[in-house]
Unconditional design. Structure first.
Lengths: 468, 483
């Protein structure tokens, strides 16, 4: 059985300042080493000053992932030498001596699966290394400490995923969730980073690192499953190792220097006193929490009578849920939910495609109203939607341009049906004997009208003619 | 001109214009230039700047402008406390040329009160040591006998006050580093409650236990400077507020009716005979002033040296990891080295004591040993704290000799770290528990060495502590330092 666990690093990009100093949390697009101070470059004598807002944001993530939040949280130093780490230790959290990190033992439901969250910890991001040329061949490595000290939340899951697809769904839910509660913009470069570990059929655990975009983790996991399976097929054992994702070649490569078991010599960080998170603080944060995905789904089902599966899909995508909230009214909510989940989501399923959509809430509500009022069939509606997405033209314009108007005029329909009856004599005879085959004739009418015929009226006329 | 006056005397003489700041500072600089060959208290002197500031302050006084409460008092700063624009070397090759871009909070506070920072004083490298022999720039010598150590690690600070090279000095006390030189040099040294004085700008060695503390000639001077140094600091999350406490008020409240506990473990075994007899004399003097003295046993103290060196070394190994010579440090070409090779090469330039503690600290924190050493040490620390809590329900202050021994000859114990560590037994209790402690000069031994008496009080009870110290100080008439 395939077992996959994730380690996700999420920058708290919505914060003003870094985790332990006043430098900007938004380090992007600044001249190298300009967003620094004695604290974040670890000058002798400097001290970390905890950003309380970061603790609150991390606590909100913990609440959203249904984690336990301990009454007292504290920080530890993770000691290792690396040029992107100005103090040669990272201030992070550590639960080996009792739960003191901001969250633990949480869970997330994706479709019909529950993914357990092992822990959530708040920590500082290191600086960035910039290689001249490739990292293997470079002679010169530059360090930019603008990022050093940016608030980072690490989310560690249990190995509960069985397929890369579940990983993708989980990450989409997670990205929407952090965006939804206003702690991070998951789509900023480097804001959401994912490492994975995977084992198949009780094989050794392989860690996958260096996955640049969180979208690529699914590809990396697929590659690993195939690679490990083909090894096992040939009776070659899978090595327990760390592999790096090569984005250009879309393969994983064994980390060349064998990463020996690092001893991080964890040590309590005495410069940051224990932070008490009492019930009052939790209650306050709960109040600030936007409606959760599950609550939203339930509201859609209850208030608008939307099918539970449709509501589930709609509520888990912040972009489309927001579109729905803005576009709907009491009468068209259900239709709008259908339009979004059955058609729109299929057209635009990535962030890039979503950004390119040329439609507004008016387009969607106009379309839903037209369908409800029989001005256009669902089939034509789909064509109209596609056109509106591409051009941004209004619904009425699109309908007249593409000639999508609804044919519900009895006379013209009768004419068309007569034509069909002539062409399909055999089917007519059959339909007279077996009413179930009527749909074949309806289909023919639809084809002739390019889907514009009103299905209800069409059936009524056909039935009448057959019984004559 | 008497350069050996107390801070309080200096303030009154400047106020009534008996002396000018410029004259006093100039004479102090002359004095430094004369005695430094013998004692080596300073690493860096800021004489030019000091004289200029003295002139500015004199002018302010003449023209009746507002002047800060230090009135141009020359103060020296231990060279592990950051001073903007003036080197902060930590007596290490690793920071040989380091100039901090900012002032430590204590330095800003002193400057705001028109103190003059006259120079930076010598120490054991990164404050690790109790003799000031482990300095990259060579040892500081005890003015009472220059063949002997002045105590440490704030040896330069202790000596600079003792030899009239400044009026007050700021040291740092991780395991007794303010009180040991105070005791060996016959001056007063205070280790405040952990958190009472900001550590912002103090180069960390063992950040959960160390505090900046003043060294001065009298208890009154310590109270005066503590008023300036103490209190909440937005740059240090571990600081605590002091409210409207004025440490100089009611200093002469006396000890009549007070209960003083004699820590049995620190006054009996392994104590130099003369130190023991001085301690007994101090106790009877306090009794004579109406204090009730009772023995107090703290049996956790038996493990305190081991616990202290475990915790301090563990923290040191982490705090000193940043010295990789990449962003600052000494001249050493990086070319041709891979990162790890470079780092291990340059880190070979720490001195022997620092190297020892980094290795020890890395060891006690390593996987599988954390529970065996570090956690155990933390348990001892908690035991000491709780035993002190019990003790302070019975007594107001505790008393011990500051150092169990008299100063060593320079070089005598340099290869015997264990003996040196054991001599910290009386001072480290205050660091492990966070409580305040003070060393008051009490006697001069027959061999001519000062003996200091240590008093300890409960957390944030500096006022009570200073009152007892003042009472003890008033019983003594010590002869002047010989240089």
């Amino acid at each position: 059985m395939t077992k996959i666990g994730l380690e996700i690093h999420c920058q708290l990009t919505k914060l003003e300042s870094k985790l332990f100093c006043k430098c900007k949390a938004d380090y992007r697009n600044l001249p190298p080493n300009s967003n620094t101070c004695p604290t974040c470059v670890g000058l002798p004598g400097s001290l970390p000053l905890l950003n309380r807002k970061a603790v609150e944001k991390a606590a909100m993530i913990s609440l959203a992932l249904e984690c336990k939040i301990p009454e007292k949280i504290s920080f530890f130093r993770k000691n290792y030498f690396y040029p992107d780490l100005p103090k040669n230790f990272q201030i992070t959290q550590y639960n080996a001596y009792g739960p003191t990190s901001i969250g633990s033992e949480g869970k997330v439901e994706i479709e019909d699966k529950e993914i357990r969250i092992r822990r959530i910890q708040l920590e500082e991001d290191p600086g960035r290394l910039i290689y001249e040329g490739s990292s293997e061949k470079t002679l010169i490595t530059l360090v930019d400490y603008n990022r050093a000290g940016t608030p980072l939340v690490e989310i560690v899951t249990e190995p509960d995923f069985e397929t890369p697809k579940q990983v993708r769904i989980f990450l989409n839910v997670l990205a929407d969730l952090v965006e939804n509660i206003g702690v991070a913009d998951p789509y900023l470069e480097g804001a959401l980073r994912v490492d994975g570990n995977i084992s198949i059929v009780n094989g050794n655990r392989v860690e996958i690192k260096n996955v640049g975009s969180f979208r690529d983790i699914e590809k990396a996991l697929h590659f690993e499953i195939t690679r490990q399976q083909s090894l096992l097929d040939r009776n070659i054992p899978v090595q327990a190792e760390t592999r790096h994702w090569d984005e250009a070649r879309k393969i994983t490569i064994s980390a060349r220097t064998k990463e020996e078991e690092q001893d991080y010599r964890y040590l309590p960080e005495a410069d940051i006193p224990v932070v008490v998170i009492d019930k009052g603080i939790i209650d306050e944060l709960q109040k600030q929490m936007p409606e959760g995905i599950i609550a939203k789904r339930d509201r859609y089902v209850k208030k608008y009578d939307i099918q539970s599966q449709v509501a589930q899909v709609l509520s888990s995508d912040k972009f489309y849920a927001d579109l729905f909230e803005k576009a709907h009214n009491k009468t068209n909510a259900k239709e709008i939910a259908n339009i979004i989940t059955t058609d729109l989501m299929g057209f635009a399923d990535t962030r890039e495609k979503k950004m390119e959509l040329k439609i507004s809430t008016t387009h969607i509500s106009d379309l839903a109203d037209a369908i409800i009022n029989n001005k256009i069939t669902r089939n034509s509606g789909k064509l109209a939607l596609l056109e509106m997405i591409k051009t941004g033209k209004s619904l009425s314009e699109v309908i007249s341009n593409l000639d999508l108007g609804h044919v519900s005029d009895v006379n013209s329909l009768e004419q068309i049906i007569d034509e069909v009856f002539k062409e399909e004599e055999k089917a007519v005879v059959e339909a007279r004997q077996n009413a179930d085959t009527v749909n074949y004739l309806v289909g023919k009418v639809m084809r002739k009208t390019k889907g514009k015929a009103d299905p209800a009226i069409t059936i009524e006329i056909i039935r009448k003619k057959l019984s004559n | 001109m008497n350069l050996g006056i107390s801070a309080i005397e200096f303030l009154s003489q400047v106020k009534d214009e008996t002396i000018s700041v410029e004259e006093f500072v100039a004479k102090t600089i002359d004095r430094i230039k004369k005695v430094e060959d013998k004692v080596h208290a300073y690493i860096t002197l800021d004489d030019k700047n000091a004289l200029e500031q003295a002139k500015v302050i004199d002018k302010k006084i003449r023209t009746k402008e507002k002047v800060g409460s230090c009135l141009g008092m020359p103060i020296s700063i231990k060279d592990n406390i950051c001073t903007a624009g003036l080197k902060t070397t930590c007596a290490s090759k690793m920071l040989e040329n380091f100039i901090a871009p900012y002032d430590a909070t204590v330095v800003s506070k002193l400057k705001a009160e028109d103190a003059i920072i006259i120079g930076k004083t010598n120490l054991d490298e990164f404050a690790m040591g109790s003799t000031t022999e482990f300095s990259y720039f060579g040892p500081t010598k005890n003015p009472w006998n220059t063949e002997y150590v002045p105590g440490g690690s704030s040896g330069g600070s202790g000596v600079s006050v003792s030899t009239h090279e400044c009026i007050i000095s700021l040291g740092s006390d991780t395991g007794g580093s303010v009180r040991s030189p105070a005791s060996f040099c016959s001056v007063v040294g205070l280790k405040p409650t952990y958190g009472l004085v900001s550590r912002y700008g103090l180069v960390s060695y063992a950040n959960s236990i160390e505090q900046i503390g003043p060294i001065a000639r009298t208890v009154e001077d310590v109270a005066f400077i503590l008023n300036i140094l103490s209190g909440l600091d937005v740059h240090d999350n571990t600081t605590i507020g002091k409210g409207d406490t004025d440490y100089t008020k009611d200093l002469d409240a006396g000890v009549s009716g007070k209960k003083i506990g004699i820590i049995t473990q620190m006054t009996t075994d392994g104590i130099d005979k003369e130190v023991a007899s001085a301690t007994n004399k101090a106790i009877s003097k306090l009794q004579g002033l109406g204090a009730e003295c009772i023995p107090i046993s703290l049996d956790a103290v038996e493990h305190s040296v081991a616990a202290y060196y475990t915790i301090a070394s563990a923290e040191a190994s982490s705090n000193l990891a940043r010295y990789d010579n990449l962003r600052y440090g000494f001249d050493f070409g990086i070319e041709g080295y891979e990162f790890k090779a470079y780092v291990s090469k340059v880190r070979g330039n720490f001195g022997p004591e620092v190297t020892r503690r980094i290795l020890l600290g890395a060891f006690v924190l390593s996987a599988g040993y954390y529970g065996k050493y570090y956690l155990k040490a933390q348990k001892v620390r908690a035991m000491i704290k709780s035993q002190l809590e019990v003790a302070f329900k019975k007594v107001d202050v505790l008393i011990t000799p500051t150092m169990p021994i008299l100063p060593y000859k320079i070089g005598e114990k340099i290869d015997d770290p264990l003996t040196l560590y054991l001599s910290d037994i009386n001072t480290i209790t205050a660091n492990l528990s966070g409580i305040p402690a003070i060393s008051v000069p009490f006697e001069i031994s027959s061999s001519g060495f000062p003996i200091g008496i240590q008093l300890l009080a409960n957390t944030l009870q500096e006022k009570k502590l200073l009152q007892a110290a003042y009472a003890l100080q008033q019983t003594t008439h010590l002869r002047a330092m010989p240089i």
